[in-house]
Write a protein that binds this ligand. Structure first.
Ligand SMILES: [Fe+2]
Ligand SMILES: [Fe+2]
Length: 439
């Protein structure tokens, strides 16, 4: 990888393998000429952390930064932390900045928690996504972490786009651990994938096979799936990743945990890419066998929910498109027109409620390739709401109940779904939708 002139990144946070006891803080300074682990004073770069509530009396722990694989990148790992505890920290590079973070509850416990979730931010110098970060901070100040669905970077080969991401997230990323999956834009080639894994050092199972890993957070088990399979284009999981997923679903599911799958590429959607038959063939049986609570994905740039298998005794799986993270410039308004036969479902406007509007029609000139991505019977039976507006998701889990809200750029709640855990009383009911805007 060529040397490049770094600009400031972070510090930015992510959990280690056990989110209740480990935290990774990384930052990239403008001092690459000094070497990646050296501060301006010539000493080793460090991070100091202490329990936030202890203030002046705190015993401070110092960890030395290790060498990053990107020029100027400093990486520190804080280990043996106390679960459910707020820590403060500062770095040798920016000693005047003090930030805080909170460790996760002990895995398996029922402590309530909340997180934000979005995909497809498509950061680049001329696409200002700082508003997402400030909205998430202001509207849901208590959220414990940020889950990302890929395509955060518009062109994973362009350093300027990576710089734009950290520029726009400068006020947010130092205090909110980010756990994400690779997308085709930020990781969909070997060189993009390499930069992705150099930047986000998640607890990958096998980096050569893909950027996939699992996180136990309180009473949830979250699977972060790499639908690019280590820099490729095939969205269905490779053999190693599929084996890992099935093996760990077997281990964690059908117990008293929430099971979430996060990936970039869409399974069911009436958006730009439509309903992908191969993804249906792979994921629907897994969701049915293991009673998966929700599958979140982006790639399509809108918000949409499908409550699939809702007639089953265990209550079914939510399939949720949450790819409206790139602002107005990246929401797929084009699907309100035919796009020369490429549109799978022509939306009636910026809101789609199939129960009210019916299954969107195809155009007279739809191409055979586009038609193959329609699944009308499923859309008719399961779609709840779709929205073509910039938005993010706020999820709050308390025991066996989860509130899911789709929040827009004016702070409006477009959709508020309250559901029970699959197998723990989950059942579709009109009152499951606390708020539904569908002009
Ligand atoms: Fe995207
Ligand atoms: Fe994508």
């Amino acid at each position: 990888m060529p040397r490049e002139k770094p600009v400031k990144w972070g510090p930015y946070l992510s959990f280690g393998k056990d989110p209740s006891t480990t935290m990774i803080a990384s930052w990239r300074s403008c001092e690459a000429a000094l070497g990646p682990t050296t501060s301006s004073t010539g000493s080793k770069a460090w991070l100091e952390y202490w329990e936030h509530g202890l203030g002046e009396t705190a015993s401070i722990t110092r960890v030395e930064a290790t060498i990053g694989r990107l020029a100027g990148l400093h990486i520190t790992r804080m280990e043996n932390l106390v679960p459910g505890t707020v820590y403060s920290y500062r770095t040798s590079t920016y000693p005047d900045e003090t930030h805080t973070f909170k460790t996760a509850p002990v895995p398996g416990t029922n402590t309530p928690f909340e997180f934000t979730l979005v995909g497809d931010m498509h950061a680049r110098p001329c696409n200002d996504i700082s508003k997402y970060f400030s909205l998430m901070s202001e509207l849901v100040p208590g959220h414990d972490f940020f889950a990302g669905l890929g395509d955060f970077i518009n062109d994973g080969d362009d350093p300027a786009d990576w710089d734009a991401y950290f520029r726009d997230g400068a006020g947010y990323l130092p205090c909110h651990p980010q756990m994400n999956v690779p997308g085709n834009h930020d990781a969909g080639s070997p060189s993009k994938y390499q930069r992705y894994t150099y930047t986000w050092m998640h607890p990958y199972v096998d980096e050569n096979k893909g950027g996939y890993y699992v996180m136990e957070y309180a009473n949830a088990v979250i699977f972060f799936i790499d639908s690019t399979n280590a820099g490729g284009w095939q969205p269905t999981p490779g053999d190693a990743q599929y084996d890992w997923l099935a093996r760990n679903l077997e281990r964690y599911a059908l117990a008293d945990r929430w099971i979430f799958l996060l990936m970039h590429h869409q399974v069911y959607s009436t958006g730009d890419f439509g309903c992908a038959r191969l993804m249906h063939d792979v994921y629907r049986p897994l969701c049915q066998e293991y009673h998966v609570d929700a599958v979140f994905y982006g790639h399509d740039h809108h918000y949409e929910v499908f409550w699939v298998d809702r007639e089953a005794s265990w209550g079914g799986t939510l399939f949720i498109v949450a790819g409206a993270g790139g602002g107005q410039g990246h929401v797929d308004h084009g699907i309100m027109g035919d796009r020369n036969g490429e549109t799978k479902y022509i939306w009636p406007g910026r809101f789609l409620n199939v129960r009210k509007h019916g299954v969107p029609p195809e155009t007279g000139n739809i191409t055979p390739a586009a038609r193959a991505f329609r699944n009308d019977s499923l859309v008719e039976a399961t779609q709840l709401l779709g929205i073509l507006e910039p938005s993010f998701i706020h999820a709050r889990v308390e025991g066996d109940v989860m509130d899911l809200k789709c929040i827009g750029w004016q702070g409006q709640v477009y959709h508020h779904l309250q559901v029970k855990r699959a197998g723990a009383g989950r059942a579709f009911h009109p009152r499951s939708e606390k708020v539904l805007l569908d002009y």
